[in-house]
Design a protein around this ligand. Structure first.
Ligand code: DX5
Ligand code: ZN
Length: 226
């Protein structure tokens, strides 16, 4: 795997909201913009919704990866697609109709992803893995930026990779929570190739350098395990 195979997705949650346009311009070297929607119900925190997503879309040329940490994705997914979501990740734990949602996202021409909380086993995706463009493995309990990476995540990523191999599919594998230049190699070595980073990018004075550092650390992790 080369540097270019690793995609970096800065999380807007850690940006300075008073100058969102400038913050987005600062991360133009990234590959995706990660947009965390929290409803104060599925997770114990509130973030932002449709209006700010439209603002983000207007200020970046990168694809926007919408992470829905909400209890009612069935009711809300269409509105996020209307607002311009390029990737939609909904939580496995939040719906009884994952297949229906994936079909809807595809009908609208977007990329479909399912997010798994740390306690949700990879095997939950077995019936639907063939249909996914991406799997989002939470490497912290969702709800807040700036938490510590959960070390057992690497084992879970290996299980996910095995499941994908068994099915002969290779969806993108995204990790979210506690990802920095220190942890990037652990997750890429276990199969992740889309790295969400909030505080590690927006908390750094030089965002382009932070993105490059995480990308480099990720590529090293992969070659170490290859
Ligand atoms: C956590 C969110 C993350 C968060 C990551 O619930 O889903 O996307 O922004 O932040 P860091 O990278 O600071 O852990
Ligand atoms: Zn997220």
């Amino acid at each position: 795997m080369t540097l270019e195979d690793i995609r970096i997705a800065p999380s807007v949650l850690s940006a300075d909201f008073s100058k969102l346009g400038a913050e987005l311009a600062d991360v133009r070297d990234a590959d995706l913009i990660h947009y965390d929607v929290m409803d104060g119900h599925f997770v114990p925190n509130l973030s932002f919704g449709l209006d700010i997503l439209r603002t983000v879309k207007a200020h970046t040329d990168l694809p926007v990866d919408v992470h829905l940490m909400i209890s009612n994705p069935d009711e809300m997914v269409e509105r996020y697609l209307d607002a311009g979501a390029d990737y939609v990740s909904f939580h496995y734990e939040a719906t009884a109709h994952a297949h229906r949602l994936v079909s809807l996202i595809h009908e609208r021409g977007a990329k479909a992803s399912i997010a798994l909380n740390p306690a949700t086993p990879v095997l939950a995706l077995e019936p639907i893995i063939d249909d996914l463009d991406m799997v989002l493995v939470m490497t912290v309990n969702p709800g807040f930026g700036g938490q510590s990476y959960i070390e057992s995540s690497a084992r879970k990523l290996c299980r996910l990779r095995r499941l994908c191999d068994e099915h002969g599919v290779s969806p993108l594998i995204e990790v979210d929570g506690g990802i920095s230049a220190k942890t990037a190699g652990k997750v890429t070595g276990a199969g992740a190739n889309v790295l969400v980073a909030g505080s590690a990018v927006f908390g750094a004075p030089d965002r382009a350098a932070a993105i490059a550092d995480i990308r480099r650390a990720g590529a090293l992790g992969v070659s170490k395990s290859a």
